[in-house]
Design a protein around this ligand. Sequence first.
Ligand SMILES: Nc1ncnc2c1ncn2[C@@H]1O[C@H](COP(=O)(O)OP(=O)(O)OP(=O)(O)O)[C@@H](O)[C@H]1O
Ligand SMILES: [Mg+2]
Length: 498
Amino acid sequence: MKFNELDLPLELLESIEKMGFEEATPIQEQVLPVAREGHDVIGQAQTGTGKTTAFGLPMLEKIDMDNPNVQALVLAPTRELAVQVADELTRLGRNKKVKTVAVYGGADISRQIRELKSRPQIVVATPGRYMDHTRRRTIRPASIETVVLDEADEMLSMGFVEDIEAILEEVPDERQTLLFSATMPTRLKKVSDRFMKDPKTVSVKAKTLTVDNIEQFAVKVPEKHKLLALTRIIELEDPELAIIFGRTKRRVDELSEALEHQGYAAAGIHGDLKQAQRTNVLRRFKQGSVKFLVATDVAARGIDVSGVSHVFNFDIPQESESYVHRIGRTGRAGQSGKAYTFAAPIEMDHLSMIERETKGKIKTIDLPTKEEASDVRQSRLADELVKVIQSNGQANFEATAEKLLQSYDAKDVVAAALASIQNDTKEPMKTLTGERPVVNKKRSKAPSSKHKKGGRRFYEDRDGRNRNRRRSSGGGGGGSRGPQSSGGRRQDRRRQPR
Ligand SMILES: Nc1ncnc2c1ncn2[C@@H]1O[C@H](COP(=O)(O)OP(=O)(O)OP(=O)(O)O)[C@@H](O)[C@H]1O
Ligand SMILES: [Mg+2]
């Protein structure tokens, strides 16, 4: 259905048009009428299908421009997500002149206080920082009429349950509450039972949890060969932008360093980085100067960057939900994408469980051979030469070429030219510290219950810190990460220079 058939106010329609949206996505089409009637709504739909706009439009429509107070609150699990949602709401609300402010931890609070004084109608916040502001009375919950819990599932698993309960208790009961997620585990039901009034569930029925424009592959590869596998597939596939998921912060640091060391424009993002660093990394990724974003689950949740052609599960995720969210960073808004999951032999059962639970098709492929990777790389190099010829970029070199041809065979000269642009790094590959495999939980006797409180993320946030601290002698070395760490090596032209 087209947006202009949805009987929306003109000021919103104009913004939607400017954003280039024509057809409402199914979740938008179904949520809009129910939410506009004032019902509480639980909205579930696959990743990248426009849930932000689904709650954004009814929320923006309700905003009364004559009311100078904060009227709507969106809670989001991470700072990046808060910023992204605020951006989308700002764009949607531009014509109506609705002001949206994002507040999140790790950033200067006095600046946020100033922004809040400029009288926004909408606040998008991470739970902790929102509570900071209500304590300081820089946000007053009494005026809030709409609350949205975005990625509610993730907020619960990050341990925000009590915060969310406290927040909802302070907001007047007459509010409208909207809850959105791509996955809907049962524990969310408890929250909705308690804090929502007769909610209408809008769940876009799909046979699979993952969108089918993402092609899914699995590669059976031992832990110690994963880095090789990754670089080989990257060579073959030449991603536009890729997100590579690692299980722990240490993994993310080591892997992004190792990729940089091989000459790839890679950078890591995880919860231990300062907010300014995270913002910076994400900005460079969006601009394309970082092509390979290495991330933990938490750091990449909900992130919407167009042009992400590939997702790699360097480490297989613990839970199916996490798998869904991770691969959902590609194939957004109807685009196509590819997802590769590396599984050690012992993790193959776990992989099958994920495949079953997500009801998608994950095709197991063999690791491409060195020769295959090399063939593809060489034909890509040949394409580059042809492109130069087609644009007459060789003109300035013709005299030199003739000189070379007087002494050398033409085939040798061309081959040498190819070899010199290929710029294979001669650096030996770094060694990564091993991660423990994920053994199918239905068979494992691991005492997972003691990790319950921390939820599914215990690998990153809790045990990951303490477990296996030892760094391998060849690897990482820590501390020296960053744009300079791969120093004066030449950049392959296909890999964007930093
Ligand atoms: N009707 C539409 N037509 C075209 N593009 C749209 C439409 N609605 C939203 N989009 C775009 O689709 C992308 C994905 O939207 P969004 O981030 O809201 O997805 P999501 O469902 O919240 O995904 P996730 O579960 O990963 O959080 C965004 O770039 C958004 O601007
Ligand atoms: Mg979302």
